[in-house]
Ligand binder design. Sequence first.
Ligand code: GRA
Length: 385
Amino acid sequence: MDFSLTEDQVAIRDMARKFAAERVAPFADEWDEKAFLPRDLIREMGELGFFGCLIPEEYGGTDTGFLAMCLLVEEIGKASSSVRGAFNMQSSGTAYNICKNGSQQQKENYIPDLISGERLGCFAITEPDAGSDVFAMKLQAKKDGDSYVLNGTKTWISYATVADVAIVYGYTDPTSRTKGMSAFIVDMDLPGISTSILHKFGSNAFPTGEIIFDNVRIPENAILGKPGDGARILFSSLPDTRLNCGAGSVGLAQACLEASIQYCNQRVQFGSPISQFQMNQAIIADMAVEIEAARLLVYRAASQKDQGNKGNVLECSYAKYFAANTAVKAANLAMEIHGAYGYSPEYPIGRYLRDAKFYQIVEGSSNIHRLIIGMDQLGIRKANR
Ligand code: GRA
């Protein structure tokens, strides 16, 4: 196994690291406090090619692959978990999904605008009574002449209130659980669509909201794939967006480690820097080892995809589950190292802790990943397709 990055991948990582340090990190606390989405920055990230890694050049992408994307996501996620979210909204959950499943017209119409950051995207799966239990969703898309008419409510949708385009999942045939679900590309300015913001405990510069579809008429060619393809499209897209969450978690955990090292070296107690105390050395060691393990799980899942193994649901779950837990542990340990200063808004540790919890909830809660992994290991249901 070769763990080294190519020259191009190192250049991408270094470019993202510099961008994140200069353009994201200094403002991340303020954006979080004000729940401010840095819209212009997302356009700029698009122009720099940040969202194009999975997209062929003919649609404006860079075709640099999953590992390159994870390196970008990790660096941006280290500076701000909220800004990190744009990678899923502009690319993995939307543009890349359209790239895999869309018609020629859909690809031309949506992909370049999404990855350039010109139009904002979102994907709408979750409903008030359908979170972990995806198939409990109720949104209906009824065929009416050459249109579909959508009725239903989506909730906890990232970018709901700002998106120009949404990938919406619902039933075209509610009598058939897996074969009755379909996916649609919906322009969010259509009559009958209304959105409202939901307030969160963290990741506040990554807006989340509810979307109500009230007799929303969309043309029949807005369907992604064919009627009944929705479950396949949804469950083959989730591992991609989960991997991004894994990479973001690694970035956040790394931010916790770096802040803790800096603090340990500067804070003097009992006559010496607190880095001299073995309990703190143990904490730093534990953080460093776990972060490296999480990073390797993320890189391995990304490399597998780059080598053509795109159905690696299991390895994406390993990566997302372990990395999210690592982020939470790292944030808790960073709080322990920083003491009262960690609890103060003067330092970003409180934001790290709030954002880390987000990663254990979204894109399949930690227990959903344990379920996917446990059932696979026990031979009940293989995860990889
Ligand atoms: O073939 P089959 O008869 O088994 O039927 C399955 C197949 O048709 C059917 O789904 C299809 N399918 C797939 N097709 C292609 C399933 N997996 C794949 C695949 N990999 N490729 C039913 O599958 P199932 O496994 O029997 O379904 P289930 O038991 O009802 O559900 C399993 C499970 C609980 C794991 C699932 O529902 C699940 O993953 N739930 C979690 C939902 C989730 O992750 N939501 C995320 C919301 S989006 C979000 O959080 C945005 C965050 C934004 C950000 O910060 O980035």
